[in-house]
Design a protein around this ligand. Structure first.
Ligand code: IMP
Length: 191
């Protein structure tokens, strides 16, 4: 029998990507599918804190085994900013172009452009909490290249590659990405 698990998101693209990695052994339910329509607060100061907030909210209020993720871009020369604030770095509108411009502005007089994406997944099974992490190292570039993906993809070149995430396309990105690594660790644990 398939194991039922809530993924605390309503992002269709994420559901598909994560569902593909987890495979047929699991039946993933979105927040909508468990009738959770409220905005779950993401008020923590770390990726770990926010992932846990979301997973605990679902487990405590709805009683489902559940996992939640949170991701950030961590830029070495900016003391790991924007980090947990990646989505809203340039303001509430969560505009990816403005976010990229702000990071590049902050980096204007720095020489080290190394950065990484980091994903944290918090899992709650029968009340017990577990954490999984995935990272991809790389560097930022000053001009946007490519149209695939989302967020900071046009200015992020992963280590060992010459193309940005937005140039290489989601097929390769989804194999080498921070999210893929974290979800694969989750899968190994659950199987
Ligand atoms: P979330 O926790 O997955 O919603 O990610 C928070 C923010 O981090 C997003 O709004 C993006 O700005 C950024 N981000 C997360 N994952 C990626 C990625 O794979 N590529 C580029 N930006 C990302």
């Amino acid at each position: 029998m398939k194991k039922q698990l809530v993924f605390a998101t309503n992002n269709k693209h994420k559901m598909e990507e994560v569902g593909d990695i987890l495979g047929d052994n699991f039946q993933l339910l979105s927040l909508k599918e468990i009738n959770c329509t409220e905005n779950i607060p993401e008020t923590a100061y770390t990726l770990e804190g926010n992932a846990l907030l979301k997973a605990r909210y679902v487990f405590q209020k709805y009683g489902y085994d559940c996992f939640a993720d949170d991701t950030g871009l961590e830029v070495f020369a900016l003391n790991n900013a924007p980090g947990v604030y990646s989505a809203r770095y340039a303001g509430k509108s969560k505009d990816p172009k403005a976010n990229m411009q702000k990071v590049l502005k902050e980096l204007a007089n720095k020489s080290d452009y190394s950065a990484r994406f980091r994903t944290v997944i918090a899992l709650i099974i029968q009340g017990k909490e577990y954490m999984f992490e995935g990272t991809v190292q790389g560097k930022l570039i000053r001009e946007e290249r490519g149209i695939a993906g989302f967020g900071y993809d046009p200015i992020f070149v992963p280590e060992g590659y010459t193309q940005t995430f937005a140039e290489m396309g989601t097929e390769i990105k989804n194999i080498i990405s921070h999210r893929a690594e974290a979800v694969n660790k989750l899968k190994q644990f659950l199987l």
